[in-house]
Design a protein around this ligand. Structure first.
Ligand SMILES: [Ca+2]
Ligand SMILES: [Ca+2]
Ligand SMILES: [Ca+2]
Ligand SMILES: [Ca+2]
Length: 329
């Protein structure tokens, strides 16, 4: 059943996102495949069909099961949430990036300035957009968790820009071992590698763990923007962030366009209107990188501000600890 494995995995990576139940599907005698992204009613139907078929085993029946699975998957690909970003899987592509002679500034209090771009950016992981050569870097090397690292293990910095629709971020991370964020399953989303973007649109501060007055987007190597919903589930907010990544040796460039949503954001609504960005607007904001080098754990957590609350790990709960961005022309 090797063919079906690749088929299923391909769909998982590219087409089946979003916060709906997961389904374990048995194919043959021993293989199990976890499939996410189903509407619950459809998931039950598929599971029942396959349970029935499991009672008898023959080559023909296994083939039939496989065909049913393919048919089911092609059907459910039509019921994806409209909020899904189709570019949910990203590869590290080569890109002729010149990191340039820009300065890198570290600010202990995490207060940043973003300059306005005169034209929309191309989110391709490359820094060929004019604005990126016009602005300097900010450092994200404050050690929040783990032991001190050398610059081959981790070094990170980022640039900021904006227009009325998006906050743009270009992140440069040196990491000798890029580990797939969701390799060990969705609930390991915070164990790395990932870029964390903390956003509090109205700078209100306060608890945001299971509400949407602020977000802690865990931007995964697969291109998902992951946080908790109001039901305390781990879900994708892929419509909030478009991300592309390029690679130059052990240096990775993550380019993002982020929509800002205010506390009215309704995860159950089919559409939500992002907030327009204008000059002098200020938001709560921090950046971090969770570095996992293959030990199934977040070995280091490095941030853009000297401290980030209790154990420097309050950002995913409390937006009081965020730094900020002021948007200027
Ligand atoms: Ca670009
Ligand atoms: Ca590393
Ligand atoms: Ca808020
Ligand atoms: Ca790593």
């Amino acid at each position: 059943m090797r063919g079906s494995h690749f088929f299923t995995a391909g769909l998982l990576e590219n087409q089946l996102p979003i916060y709906t139940p997961r389904l374990s599907v048995a194919l043959g005698n021993s293989k199990y495949y976890e499939v996410s992204g189903f509407k619950s009613s459809l998931a039950k139907k598929i599971k029942m069909t396959i349970l029935m078929l499991n009672k008898k085993e023959s080559k023909e029946l296994r083939l039939l099961k496989f065909l049913i699975l393919i048919l089911s998957l092609s059907l459910v690909s039509c019921v994806k949430s409209p909020a899904v970003n189709q570019n949910s899987s990203i590869a590290s592509v080569p890109c002729q990036i010149d990191s340039g002679s820009s300065l890198t500034e570290a600010t202990e209090d995490g207060l940043f300035i973003a300059h306005k771009s005169k034209s929309p950016l191309q989110i391709d992981g490359c820094n060929s957009d004019t604005i990126w050569s016009d602005v300097d870097w900010y450092a994200m090397n404050y050690l929040w968790m783990g032991d001190a690292v050398d610059s081959a293990d981790y070094y990170g910095r980022f640039k900021l820009a904006w227009d009325s629709q998006y906050l743009y971020i270009l992140v440069e991370v040196t990491d000798e071992n890029l580990n797939p964020t969701l390799k060990d399953g969705l609930e390991n989303y915070w164990k790395g590698d990932y870029v964390e973007v903390f956003v509090d649109e109205d700078k209100s501060g306060g608890n945001h763990q299971f509400n949407h007055q602020a977000f802690a987007y865990h931007v995964s190597t697969e291109g998902h923007a992951i946080d908790k919903n109001t039901l305390q589930e781990t879900v994708f907010f892929d419509d909030h962030i478009e991300v592309a990544r390029s690679q130059e040796g052990s240096k990775y460039f993550w380019e993002m366009a982020i929509k800002l949503f205010d506390q009215q954001f309704d995860e159950n609504a089919s559409t939500n209107t992002p907030v327009n960005i204008s000059t002098q607007k200020s938001i709560g904001f921090s950046m971090a990188y969770g570095d996992n080098d293959g030990n199934s754990s977040r070995e280091n957590f490095m941030g853009s501000k000297k401290t980030h609350g209790n154990n420097n790990d309050d950002g995913y709960i409390n937006s009081d600890v965020f730094g900020s961005i002021v948007f200027i022309e």
